[in-house]
Design a protein around this ligand. Sequence first.
Ligand code: GLN
Length: 541
Amino acid sequence: MQTKYIVVLGSLLSGLGKGIVTASIAKLLTMHGIRAMPLKFDGYLNYDCGTMNPFRHGEVFVLDDKSEVDMDFGTYERFLNRSLTGEFSLTGGKIFSAIIEKERRGDFLGNDVQFVPHVAEYIVEYLKGVGKKNALDVLLVEVGGTVGDIENSYFIEAMRELALREQVIFIDLTYIPELGAVGEQKTKPTQIALRNIMQFGIQPSFIVCRSEKALADSTRKKVALFANLNESAVIDDHNSDNIYRMPILLMEQGLDDAVIKALGLKGNAGDTAFKSKVNEWKKLCEAIEGTGKNGVNIAIVGKYTKLHDAYASVKEAVTHASAHNGVNVKLNWIESEDLEGNTMHVEEMLRGMDGIIVPGGFGKRGIEGMISAIGYARDKGVPYLGLCLGMQLMAVEFARHVCNLEGANSTEFNPGTKHKVVDIMGGQKDLDRKGGTMRLGLWPAAVRKGTIAYWAYESTRVKERHRHRYELNNAYRKALADNGLVISAINEQNDLVEIIEWRDGFGIGTQAHPELESRLERPHPLFLSFLKAAAEHKRQS
Ligand code: GLN
């Protein structure tokens, strides 16, 4: 079967949740038994996301195959409950490096290489290749940014050309502001944006309207008129606290059936299999909505806490675990720099916490505050979960305060430290390129029986995603273990420490990023057991 395409665009502004809309439509199609996968285009000239700042761009997501991709991939995987590969992430950088490579090889001999036809042609063929290779019924193409950006203009042109050759529908995501005390919904920005999108030769088949409150009938009518569409093709996407509700909201408006019809596919809305999948999903949504009040207090102590997107996967992993084991959670975002220099302050800010998470991160800022938070958790018996950097700092804290190795540190933060408890290991030492050279992607670990890790995973063989350059220094393994730090998992092939634990209480740090593997339908075992421990802590205090 020939792959068909759904192109999801934003015509007015970015940041409206295009990734969630794309993931939700893909989810609905898969519930219908249609083989659908999302692909994301990002217009920047970086080859991938690996060299970007999470503070500006949100979290860098990592796939099994080592690809460092946009955070929307986290949304895709969490909704679809399946792992994607790097070929589903297309960037301006990837496109142009391929074009230059082709030009140097002589593929365009005699021609001046142009956006049209060469670049557009390359994009069309790339998408068709992904569709074919994965035997997809539908490839959803999410176009990053907004129509009209210089960065994606040639890509939009390529989508117009794709539609000339293949079966394609366009879905536009727009924003309907509400003005004044009465909150009148205004469609003028959308009218102008529609004119803009049509200038590119694109007629959307559906318009998804993001708004504060439910879409008024009159608004729907107006948008439909300006978009040359039936009112039923104008979809309400009003604010919701629970992003996982989106597939249901879209389904209730008949978007799945309409898309299936427009593409000439066959859905299975009447089947019991479809109904039970929808019901399962609804139940999980309800479980999420039950959490949040009077919950256990979980602190996320990080350096990018002012931008929650930088820790999107951690937040979602906690949500999934709380929905599954019925533990209500209140997340408390704590900027680690605020914990520095004053012990009393640490006590004050962390008092009442039932669990503390130190997530991943890079660079020196805020490190000492994170170490103080870990020390507080160990001292007071507050359950602790360390993720990547959070594991490295757990080792540093233990070295300093239990092993009495004064000034112990990671060489990332103090290259001259006497006790390099965390250091650059083997293969990382002489690298002169920063892009794509960390320890990335899926790595196996052997888990020791009788540990918290084994209790959580219920397995001695696990695989987790990684993204880091530094490692626990094997030269300190014995000193740490002799003083009571439990080394509960290692990578046998490279003899690297993967998971460490405190002997008493619940404290676990993993060199991996388990949060990247948590999905609504498959919560992560480490987050489940961490929340259980936090709930127990609340009961006892
Ligand atoms: N900065 C640390 C390293 O490079 C930790 C990275 C992370 O938390 N992802 O090893």
